[in-house]
Design a protein around this ligand. Structure first.
Ligand code: HEC
Length: 101
């Protein structure tokens, strides 16, 4: 499948590369990096990850659902490493609100 690297996220990764921790979870890299670049949980705040993981069966028009054990494992990892930098939140909240609604 074609790898998707949204420009906004890529730029954030580059600009905030020094403050956003790289992904270091094998399950996350495998499950969340198969269709696109595995976005670092540090790029987005906790509330977005929680909402996103609750609706994986309708993930930007695709079905990215996992079994409940993996979903829970990944969510814990994402919440633990989520970002709370206001600047990053602002950049990404607009796009992410679209699926969070
Ligand atoms: C079945 C394929 C697939 C899987 C698996 C998948 N995604 Fe996605 N994801 C997509 C598609 C398609 C988009 C929309 C890309 C776009 O609009 O540029 C997307 C978009 C995103 C975005 C928003 C990017 C942006 O530019 O705002 C995030 C964040 C994201 N995915 C995280 C995850 C996480 C975390 C996982 C693992 C739980 C995951 N994805 C698994 C297909 C997938």
């Amino acid at each position: 499948m074609k790898k998707i690297v949204p420009f906004s996220m890529l730029m954030a990764t580059l600009v905030f590369g020094e403050v956003v921790k790289p992904v270091d979870n094998t399950l996350y890299l495998k499950e969340c990096g198969s269709c696109h670049f595995a976005f670092s949980p540090g790029l987005l705040p906790k509330r977005f990850w929680v909402k996103m993981m609750a609706k994986l069966d309708n993930h930007f028009g695709t079905d990215a659902s996992l079994d409940s054990k993996d979903t829970q494992t990944l969510l814990s990892y994402m919440v633990k490493n989520s970002g709370d930098k206001v600047l990053i939140t602002k950049i990404h909240s607009q796009r992410l609100i679209i699926y969070a609604e």
